[in-house]
Design a protein around this ligand. Sequence first.
Ligand SMILES: Nc1nc2c(c(=O)[nH]1)N[C@H]1C(S)=C(S)[C@@H](COP(=O)(O)O)O[C@H]1N2
Ligand SMILES: [Mo]
Length: 381
Amino acid sequence: MHRRDLLRAGILSGLAMVTERAFAQSASGKIIPWADQPPPIPPPAQNAIHNLTPWESLDSWITPNDKFFSIAHYNRPGIEAAAWRLNLSGLVKPTALTLETLKAAPRQEVTFTLECSGNNGLPFFHSAVGNARWAGTRLADVLRSAGIQDKAVEVVFYGTDQGEDVANRGAPYEVKYIDTFARSMPVADAMNPANILCYEMNGAPLPTANGYPLRLIAPGWFGIANVKWLSHVEVLDHRYLGRFMGREYVTMREVQRDGRAVMVETPVSRMLIKSAPGRVVQNGDRYQIEGMAWGPNPISTVEVKIDNGSWQKAKLDGSQAPFTWQAWTLDWKPTPGEHTITSRAIDATGIMQPAPDDPVIANKKTYWESNEQITRHVQIA
Ligand SMILES: Nc1nc2c(c(=O)[nH]1)N[C@H]1C(S)=C(S)[C@@H](COP(=O)(O)O)O[C@H]1N2
Ligand SMILES: [Mo]
């Protein structure tokens, strides 16, 4: 069978086959580590960011659970499923659902590449992206069964995790308080049939770090929307502006209007087009550059630039499903010495991953949504 058919068959017949495949054509070879290794994660972020898997050690299209990154702004609560309930309130019939009830409801699976919107926005923050097969039950059906009212505007998803935040920061009237993690979505987005209340990751119960016993999976949305350790879903008739909606995960860009600088602030929501050089694999005197590309629309082209050369078309392996990344490769005959490798993705609608000097990136003040082209350095012996 052709490789592509193998992959399709793998997708259709479940996980096992896909998990075992190398993510690109070269099954064997020597991996050349990047010369520009990211600096260590500084102490303040060490609790929040766990298990970043360097691109060099990513060898499968599906990211195994033990290689999947984990982000927690507060704690990582250990939850006892037997006593746990998912409570629905607000513009619905008040409801408390057990895990058994949710598991007994119709099952929906989705393979989705989940990326943190801070990925590549900070020097130490690389490879906060992974692809998993998620299983759960459809969120829209649960909300409809609970009688969601027509006047509903926003759906808020509360985690169980809590931590300290500060109001009036820096002012003499600064106030510290304990907050519960929450994120919201407009009703129209929440009711998207792709969204699931998810209890399974790659065929296993959700690991604690990834939200056990239940999380939201919102395919196509940046990591932050995918609330873990769900405890409560509240339906409101107005917008919600909690910490992770109104103050953080807000992207700020300066634009010029009528000769004046204006700050445009938008919520981090749907994922953006992106690609990354993953690793360089050596087989004798043959080298292969392997990477991934993903985005809101099907990726049609990936191009690679070596040093200051011209853009070359990489080979896409056809591994893309509606919400997943796709592997690409480029054969390479390098000269000894240091080289730079840059990739850029182009999607079926013609959108190209921006260069670092594109105004959309250059005028961005916050580190969220850093989907600019990534350049890596490699030393060839
Ligand atoms: N309850 C809760 N959900 C959360 C978070 C959190 O801190 N608490 N972090 C979010 C962020 S910023 C990201 S990128 C994703 C990461 O999902 P993962 O930890 O399964 O990789 O979870 C999101 N869901
Ligand atoms: Mo994130």
